[in-house]
Design a protein around this ligand. Structure first.
Ligand SMILES: [Cu+2]
Length: 181
């Protein structure tokens, strides 16, 4: 084989491996993808732990709406201080988690811009690094990301700000109570 052919063969093997991981992920438990997710967790956590689950049914709608998309968290109430958010993407496309103060009203009421995103300039923390801490290029399907944030008593909104996802329902609220909770 020529050198170029060898390179092509290597590329084909890599593509096939990625494809088979994707299929295994769709089939669920015990698969290489499930094993990879199990290994993908923060080495340590600080303060309360809030587990955030990001899901979608994988169908993009006109205008970027994502069918069946949602963001849920457990617990929805923690004491003041450090909170480690561990976000798991069980969907089919990349997602992220952004923590924002919620000064009044209910979650899900922010203005969505023409770019399909909200104003996240008041963001306090973000988990968007696949299998890592802090800001990255988005949480790949079947992965986790995490971030630790020190939160004062009050209400917060947890959102996914990938274009179109907030409008599709990817938000939840979190209450931080005084330490005497
Ligand atoms: Cu999302």
């Amino acid at each position: 084989m020529s050198r170029a052919t060898v390179r092509l063969a290597v590329a084909a093997v890599v593509v096939l491996t990625v494809l088979s991981l994707g299929v295994a992920g769709a089939l669920g438990g015990g698969s290489p993808a499930a094993t990879a997710l199990a290994a993908c967790r923060p080495p340590s956590t600080r303060g309360s732990v809030v587990r955030v689950t990001l899901v979608d049914e994988g169908r993009m709608m006109m205008g970027g709406w994502l069918h069946g998309a949602s963001l849920s968290e457990r617990p929805a109430r923690v004491p003041t201080g450090w909170v480690t958010f561990v976000a798991t993407n069980l969907g089919t496309v990349p997602h992220e988690l952004v923590v924002l103060p919620l000064r009044s009203g209910a979650a899900g009421r922010r203005t969505v811009g023409a770019n399909g995103r909200i104003d996240e300039s008041s963001g306090l923390g973000e988990a968007s690094r696949t299998c890592g801490a802090g800001v990255g290029g988005g949480l790949a399907p079947g992965s986790r990301g995490w971030v630790s944030v020190r939160l004062a008593p009050g209400r917060y909104e947890l959102v996914c700000d990938v274009p179109g996802h907030y409008a599709s329902g990817m938000f939840a609220s979190l209450t931080v109570a005084s330490r005497s909770l």
